[in-house]
Design a protein around this ligand. Sequence first.
Ligand SMILES: C[S@@+](CC[C@H](N)C(=O)[O-])C[C@H]1O[C@@H](n2cnc3c(N)ncnc32)[C@H](O)[C@@H]1O
Length: 249
Amino acid sequence: MNDPYESLISSGNYSFLYTPTSIPTNETEEYFNEEYVGCLCTDICRADCPCYSRTGTIYEDGRIVQINDMPSYECNANCSCASKCSLKLVQFGPNSNMDIRWTEKKGYGLFAKSRIPKDSFICEYAGEIIGKNEAELRYHNRAVVGESNYIFWAREHFGDKTIETIIDPTSIGNIGRFANHSCKPNCNLLLIRIDCAYPKVCLFSNRIIDAEQEITFDYGSCESVQPSLIENPCHCEEANCKGKLTEDL
Ligand SMILES: C[S@@+](CC[C@H](N)C(=O)[O-])C[C@H]1O[C@@H](n2cnc3c(N)ncnc32)[C@H](O)[C@@H]1O
């Protein structure tokens, strides 16, 4: 993975360790090493490829061109297809034209240094993958001392089964942890599986993002619901702003 942000963050005055992608804790590592069977394609994967037919997301030239209401997978290390097949994008790393800047009312934020096309991969929201009890404890401990919440709680429904993936980038994370909330966000979240059963929580642009614009997503999306312990005003300054920040990443 090509990730240009490790040195930016390691040399800055930030209080967390860097990881380019999400990592397990003792509690979650059991499912982390589950591998997916690879395809036998010899070039670019097409409709007859098993990876192609099971994924909801297809890319072309680094952007999403097709998205269906199905779980999303990329080709993985066990696949024999071309290194740049249309089912590989997130695994090559984040958009390299972003910067962390201090904002007036929201703390740090993530900004585009140059124009980013619609449907582009921005970055993973990476951190420790933790269990439910640990998430509730960490969330509570930070909330009672008035600290910002970084824990993201994703729920996916497969028939009558619900799978939860909880990411905490508070102490170990990547550039995604600087993305602020907006009530009119320019990014959506997609859960993409590559090489293990836990999905990567990924930000994709939902419109053109011009240079100098802040990169945002909706903290209330992806069914990330947690009981709110603190009420923070939202400072996204959009016309449709709900006024309150859902501290329910
Ligand atoms: C995932 S962090 C985002 C990065 C954070 N601003 C920082 O300095 O590290 C989430 C926290 O950022 C702040 N935040 C994010 N979006 C905001 C918004 N629209 N209005 C006010 N505060 C916001 C809140 O303190 C929230 O708990």
